[in-house]
Write a protein that binds this ligand. Structure first.
Ligand SMILES: Nc1ncnc2c1ncn2[C@@H]1O[C@H](COP(=O)(O)OP(=O)(O)OP(=O)(O)O)[C@@H](O)[C@H]1O
Ligand SMILES: [Mg+2]
Length: 260
């Protein structure tokens, strides 16, 4: 079942620097939700808090009723969380297929693994995991690359490999950090279709960080705009694009003054 994500009063500091200040919003089960804002706004840091890579100084982050801040980061996949990274770190000399299986592979052995993969404990072995990985690669148009290595592939393809890796965990909540960065313009529409199909085929909640506003408008039900670590507004993508505070945050006050 798709997960609900709830953030309340999330604060994150590094030394004296406030990276996130009092951020709160709720993503409903099954929503495709956008997290947007200028460079340095705190989007990736917020994802890092949700995925347990960063620990907020205060606040609450819940996946359904479960408090993320009270959960060991490695247990978060049990709550149904998977993510991709702004800068994918792939094993460049392993095959694409091995890279996709990497996230799920170590978990095959332990007890919680089958639970986190939501398969019967005895039903799924490495072979069927491999079959699932191949199916995902096919689904995302990367079947041709399964036995190749990512070292000579583009950033856009690395993003696709990472997406397959995350989907192999069968997440209920998926965080995508700039999934279309590095995709040629001509492939962005294909990516939009893929996410739409993910939404219709899987019971999943998706949060997307992306600078490509066409993609955000096409895919998201609602967005939150962050600026300097604060929530500037929450609404639809078109409301955000028409919001004077958002426009100023993007073009900068100096530029706005110059233009005036
Ligand atoms: N580990 C860290 N230590 C110190 N400062 C950090 C750390 N991680 C992030 N920051 C700071 O937090 C702020 C927000 O960075 P973040 O990467 O979250 O922004 P972003 O919205 O994802 O930007 P972009 O669109 O460029 O990816 C920046 O000023 C960054 O330098
Ligand atoms: Mg970022």
């Amino acid at each position: 079942m798709a997960a609900r994500l709830t953030l309340e009063h999330v604060n994150l500091r590094f030394g004296g620097v406030k990276v996130l200040e009092d951020v709160g919003f709720e993503v409903q089960p099954g929503e495709v939700f956008g997290l947007v804002g200028p460079n340095g706004a705190g989007k990736t840091s917020l994802f890092n808090c949700i995925s347990g890579h960063y620990r907020p100084s205060s606040g609450s982050i819940r996946i359904d009723e479960q408090e993320v801040l009270a959960t060991a980061p490695w247990r978060l996949s049990r709550l149904g969380l998977a993510r991709t990274f702004q800068h994918p770190a792939l094993q460049l000399h392993a095959t694409v297929l091995e890279n996709v299986m990497l996230g799920a592979h170590p978990r095959l052995r332990g007890g919680p693994v089958s639970w986190s993969l939501r398969v019967p404990p005895t039903g799924k072995d490495e072979r069927s995991l491999r079959a699932d990985a191949l199916e995902l690669l096919d689904r995302f148009g990367l079947g041709w690359a399964a036995m190749r290595t990512p070292d000579e592939m583009s950033h856009g393809l690395h993003k696709g490999i990472e997406l397959c890796r995350a989907m192999l965990l069968q997440p209920r909540l998926l965080l995508l950090d700039e999934p279309a960065a590095g995709l040629p313009h001509s492939e962005v529409d294909g990516f939009i279709d893929q996410v739409r199909r993910m939404r219709s085929d899987f019971d999943i909640t998706i949060v997307i960080v992306e600078h490509h506003m066409g993609l955000i408008s096409a895919l998201t039900d609602r967005v939150v705009v962050l600026d300097h670590g604060r929530k500037l507004m929450e609404g639809t993508a078109s409301q955000a694009q028409a919001d004077a505070r958002v426009i100023e945050a993007y073009i900068g006050k100096d530029a706005a003054d110059d233009a005036a």
